[in-house]
Ligand binder design. Structure first.
Ligand SMILES: [Fe+2]
Length: 395
């Protein structure tokens, strides 16, 4: 039986080595006045920014650029949107990591509104965005958030009253996503590791989600197939191998499509308060919690008996996939689930993903974090004590 499901549109995807070059033929279809949203320095250091600006000049396309160095805050988005509101921007291009592609998405949505983004953020504001935006092209330079394929932009205000909340609308799915694995080669190992763990978490959480559909199951499985095989090489001997980077980029893209359509689980339900109260990269939160959260989910599914069987089967399928096999051993579900936890724990260790304590999170913070966490579409119900255990074991 197939349960009811929705599946949103996806961006026009242009995927492949050297595909960035197609950008300059696409831009004139939208107009001649472009705003680039870029990151700190890595694009400039790699020489890519010089290439882009030279191409823009040779094609006589007008452009401006703004830099986003951290996860975008409401003030940053408001300020940039205000500065460009009267500039007749035809197209916004976000080229960078997840923070940059999210910032570009939010700016494209807020330029048409003479208002603060805070009023439209889920759980913060009271207004509903109508989806009107400036056309947007997302070009990721890391393989992680999948923001190039999602309908939301994550906006962070960090501090004791902080939050990490989404601006969301189906229309905010980028018009076009250009995924060129060459752009990911300069990404350092620590960032590749954290982003890769984020993407894998998104795939696994979407795969076991209560909202998963046969479409998202196939896409998540496919994403985990490529990502699982290439995560460790991308952070070590294969860092300069464009085929390794392509596999990571593909996994990340699938993770965005899957999370937008199947939702996520407890790891991302905790990522919001942890990332809002503490200055800690999103990928580190996901990478550090994934093993413990999976362990807890498996334990609770086992306690459910028959009702938990399908969730456990799915976890076992992924363990088989990560070992390069098709799953066909129904009798080994328990053993496979236990092996999956071992694999995830080993990744966390081998990739040197930090523990939460390194970012100042202490035992006395756990209660507040649990209070502000959400289960999202976790495959099994967890009570506060379970969530406390997940965090406590990663301090
Ligand atoms: Fe994520």
């Amino acid at each position: 039986m197939i349960d009811n499901f929705n599946f949103s549109r996806i961006p026009h995807i242009i995927f492949g080595i050297g595909k960035l070059n197609e950008l300059y033929d696409i831009i004139p279809k939208f107009g001649n006045n472009v705003l680039y949203v870029i990151g700190g320095n890595s694009l400039k250091r790699s020489g890519k920014w010089d290439e882009i600006t030279a191409a823009m000049e040779s094609k006589s396309i007008n452009y401006s650029s703004v830099s986003v160095n951290n996860e975008p805050s409401p003030n940053l988005v408001d300020e940039i949107a205000a500065n460009f509101r009267e500039k007749n921007i035809d197209l916004i291009i976000g080229i960078g990591g997840g923070s940059v592609t999210d910032a570009g998405k939010a700016i494209s949505a807020m330029i048409p509104k003479n208002d603060s983004i805070k009023n439209y953020l889920e759980g913060v504001g009271t207004k509903t965005h109508d989806g009107k935006k400036i056309p947007y092209i997302a070009i990721p330079t890391t393989s992680g958030t999948g923001s190039e394929a999602t309908k939301n932009a994550v906006i962070s205000e960090i501090g004791s009253e902080g939050f990490k909340k989404s601006l969301r609308h189906d229309n905010f799915i980028p018009n076009i996503a250009i995924i060129d694995p060459e752009l990911m080669i300069p990404c350092p190992a620590s960032v590749t590791a954290a982003c890769g763990m984020d993407a894998f978490t998104q795939l696994l959480e979407a795969y076991v989600s209560t909202k998963a559909s046969p479409i998202t199951d196939v896409l998540a499985y496919s994403g985990m197939k490529y990502l699982g095989k290439n995560l460790i090489p991308a952070c070590s001997s294969g860092a300069s191998d464009v085929n390794v980077r392509a596999a990571m980029a593909y996994g990340s893209l699938m993770s965005g499509i899957c999370l937008a359509n199947a939702g996520l689980g407890i790891v991302h339900g905790l990522a919001s308060p942890i990332g809002g109260f503490f200055d800690i990269p999103h990928g580190v939160v996901c990478g550090t919690l994934l093993g413990e959260a999976t362990k807890m989910n498996i334990k609770k599914l086992q306690e459910q008996g028959v009702a938990g069987k399908e969730g456990l089967r799915k976890y076992a399928v992924i363990r088989a996939l990560l070992s390069g096999k098709e799953f066909n051993a129904e009798g080994k579900i328990e053993e496979y689930c236990s092996n999956l936890i071992d694999i995830l724990d080993k990744w966390t260790k081998d990739l040197k993903i930090d523990r939460l304590g390194k970012y100042g999170i202490k035992t006395e913070d756990i209660e507040k974090l649990v209070k502000n966490a959400g289960l999202k579409n976790n495959p099994v119900n967890l009570v506060n004590k379970d969530i406390e255990t997940i965090i406590g074991n990663r301090l």
